[in-house]
Design a binder for this molecule. Structure first.
Ligand code: SF4
Length: 370
């Protein structure tokens, strides 16, 4: 049955530049230099809930089947000898040890708010309910969120508080809970989702990840996560090792395996009658200078191994951030030619579900070449 909509009040706070959020087109949601304002944490902005009586979020269904609690327990066990991601540091984070990501036991959150810079099926007209987690298990040299991802700026919070944030985003009319950089806090997310479910959470969870995931951890998310939003950053191990930081030669292989598993779990993107995402896979790929991201290989891999209907966002917004200026080949923006050739490769590969803003960017970049 089609999802019904009772009332929509457009929340333009983000578009007005509140709290320093830069709404990049389809980007990872860059935040800079601002802590979460108190009023955003507490201000009740009631919006009528959108409820589809026939659609049930994955975690809700799993709870109905009595299987969610066990997943949470298994996930927290992984944190005791941490194997939550491919680094497999073995740190006992529950006892205060730190691994490569430097994440503690509790989640560290930089901010939570409706975000209007994500892909349109996530944004709809009321925003994607983003929760930006601090720290990262990959830490790319060109990271645009480096103060949060590398330096861990943010506040440590309990699973109960994380659940409140989810409920707050739902109350403010967001269409999904968009978990940005979630890999190292996956147990906390599961724990919070269960608490939030009791308080009435019904939105789909969107797992917004770098793609550097471990299959064993992803299996715990099977049936919990409705929308996967992974990056595919590099197709070549040497490039990944060079720019993804510290022994991530295996990124292309593991990200391919992870995305394949995500696709197995949720399939191609499914939207409601308004075009808002409910379930499925959406893949991001950032075009980089000098073809270092392997865009041609990426689009061909998607077409041959996932589906030509896979939702793919080919992104044009690469900037020289963090330590990228130290590396000659990525120390500049991409050229119009580089973006146009990337999009032409995507079309030649037969991809039919390209992000609308990718297509707009293609036209803009073509005009620059005329
Ligand atoms: S999540 Fe962090 S501590 Fe755990 S294996 Fe990955 S990098 Fe290491």
């Amino acid at each position: 049955m089609a999802m019904t909509r009772r009332v929509f009040i457009k929340n333009m706070w983000c578009l007005a530049g509140g709290a320093g959020l830069l709404c990049l087109a389809g980007g990872a949601g860059l935040l800079k230099g601002c802590a979460e304002p108190e009023d955003l944490r507490e201000e009740p902005r009631e919006k009528p809930l959108e409820i589809d009586n026939d659609w049930l979020a994955g975690y809700a269904r799993l709870e109905q089947e009595g299987r969610l609690a066990e997943r949470i327990e298994l996930a927290y066990e992984m944190m005791e000898n941490c194997t939550l991601c491919p680094r497999q540091c073995g740190a006992n984070r529950r006892a205060g040890d730190e691994g490569f990501c430097r994440a503690p036991e509790q989640a560290v959150v930089y901010t939570h708010q409706p975000h209007f810079g994500e892909e349109l099926p996530l944004v709809g007209n009321s925003g994607s309910g983003t929760i930006f987690f601090s720290n990262c298990n990959l830490r790319c040299v060109f990271c645009q969120n480096w103060p949060i991802a590398h330096e861990g700026r943010g506040s440590e919070i309990s699973d109960e508080r994380l659940a409140e944030m989810m409920i707050d985003l739902q109350r403010r009319g967001c269409h999904n809970i968009n978990l940005v950089t979630p890999t190292h806090v996956m147990p906390n997310i599961l724990g919070a989702a269960r608490i939030a479910l009791e308080k009435g959470l019904h939105l789909p969870l969107c797992y917004n990840t770098s793609g550097y995931e471990r299959l064993e951890a992803l299996k715990l998310l099977d049936g919990v996560i409705d929308i996967y939003l992974p990056d595919m950053k590099f197709m070549d191990g040497k490039e990944a090792e060079r720019y993804n930081n510290a022994e991530a030669y295996d990124y292309p292989k593991l990200a391919r395996e992870a995305i394949t598993e995500m696709h197995r779990q949720v399939g191609d993107l499914d939207t409601d009658e308004r075009g808002i995402a409910r379930r499925g896979l959406m893949v991001r790929h950032l075009v980089m200078p000098n073809r270092v991201a392997g865009t041609k290989e990426f689009v061909e891999w998607v077409a041959q191994n996932l589906s030509t209907d896979t939702y793919v966002n080919i992104m044009a917004q690469y900037r020289v951030e963090h330590r990228a200026f130290e590396y000659d080949r990525i120390a500049r923006a991409i050229s119009a030619e580089e973006f146009v050739e990337a999009m032409e490769w995507a079309k030649e590969a037969g991809l039919t579900n390209l992000d609308s803003r990718s297509l707009t960017q293609l036209e803009l970049h073509r005009q620059r070449l005329q």
